[in-house]
Write a protein that binds this ligand. Structure first.
Ligand code: A3P
Length: 346
């Protein structure tokens, strides 16, 4: 039997019924099952290969900026920083009140609508935007991908797909900002998100979640090739690599570097405006980037602090047992190897 392959050449493996049954003990299933994309082993809902093939023909524009991350690494923060730097440095753009997902398309979001647990959800703001921007088009062909095509001018584009699943000439065509976060804080944030979002409806403990994360059994994983692919390109003139912890410790300094990378030429005052507008408290006060409450488990959303949960470095210390910490520290050390990546943990 011939192997199913993506346009980018990777092999698609459909996960077995036994694997899906086991997964369903901890989280929601997906209508079209789950696939692994080989050789790196990316785990995604079964509709993903179709969307991955479609994004190969997206026309990237020279002034587009792509924010690429593993989930919970500071994607939303960077999206808002970039959008504000490009379109609102004087904080006077009325478009800034639009939800972030309308101003900055997530091209890796379409696959998640296949979760069996959100069949009845009605993400109104997404559908309303889609109907307005793409009249006559089909939701099944991808809301995000089609909205992106219909967005005029310069765009800030979000993706959780790694470099090797994006068009091979992406860095020749456009700029990419990659944000990485220390894996201990990222996994705690990911766990809360997996519980709060109906798409996943995660029922297991943090310990179970972390073991699944380290064993590459969670959607979007594995994390290491995701980070390393971008890290290897960190000196490419069209890729800017940022750590969440550095952005947190010296936001103005990191924005100055972005100002150079993007050739935005913003003044110190304009950069200060951006810092203030994108601070954790400012962003939290303006509300969640996913405004559709039907996609959340309501009570958990309230009790956990919502999307803007803590926004700090080192929260993992409030959640890890000494044993779990030891295990994860070893896993991080083994995987970093001699790559030169250094995460700040405190
Ligand atoms: P926590 O859950 O640790 O609070 P992503 O956007 O990639 O999903 O990442 C979400 C994480 O980034 C969450 O982490 C969120 O609170 C944090 N975050 C979002 N906006 C932030 C900001 N302006 N400053 C600091 N952290 C922010």
């Amino acid at each position: 039997m011939s192997k199913e392959r993506l346009l980018t050449g990777q092999e698609v493996e459909h996960m077995s019924e036994a694997w899906l049954t086991k997964m369903a003990e901890e989280q929601s299933n997906f209508t079209h099952g789950v696939v692994r994309i080989l050789p790196d082993g990316w785990l995604y809902p079964g509709t993903t290969p179709r969307f991955l093939n479609r994004i190969q023909s997206v026309k990237y524009r020279p002034d587009d900026v792509v924010v690429m991350t593993f989930p919970k690494s500071g994607t939303t923060w960077m999206q808002e920083i970039l959008w504000t730097m490009l379109f609102n440095p004087n904080l006077d753009n009325p478009q800034a009140t639009q939800p972030l997902l309308v101003r900055s398309t997530d091209i890796s979001s379409d696959m998640m609508f296949d979760s069996v647990n959100i069949e009845d959800a009605n993400p109104e703001s997404l559908y309303a935007t889609f109907k307005k921007m793409c009249p006559g088009k089909n939701v099944e062909d991808g809301i995000a991908i089609q909205c992106l095509d219909a967005t005029p001018g310069q765009r800030v584009i979000k993706t959780h797909y790694p470099l090797d699943l994006m068009p091979p000439d992406l860095l020749d065509k456009t700029k990419v900002v990659y944000v990485a976060r220390n894996p201990k804080d990222m996994v705690v944030s990911f766990y809360h998100f997996y519980k709060v979002l109906k798409v996943f409806n995660y029922k297991g403990s943090l310990e179970m979640f972390i073991k699944s994360f380290m064993n590459n059994e969670l959607m979007y994983g594995p994390v290491w090739p995701h980070i390393k692919q971008a890290w290897q390109k960190r000196n490419h003139p069209n890729l800017h690599f940022v750590f969440y912890e550095d952005l947190k410790a010296d936001t103005q300094g990191e924005l100055q570097k972005l100002n150079q990378f993007l050739s935005t030429g913003l003044s110190e005052q304009q950069l200060k405006n951006v810092v203030q507008h994108t601070s954790f408290s400012s962003m939290k006060s303006r509300g969640d980037p996913i405004p559709d409450k039907s996609l959340y488990n309501k009570e958990l959303h309230q009790s956990s602090g919502g999307f803007f949960r803590k926004g700090v470095t080192g929260d993992w210390k409030n959640h890890f047992s000494p044993e779990l910490n030891q295990e994860m520290s070893k896993w991080i050390k083994d995987n970093i190897g001699d790559s030169g990546i250094h995460f700040k943990m405190d």
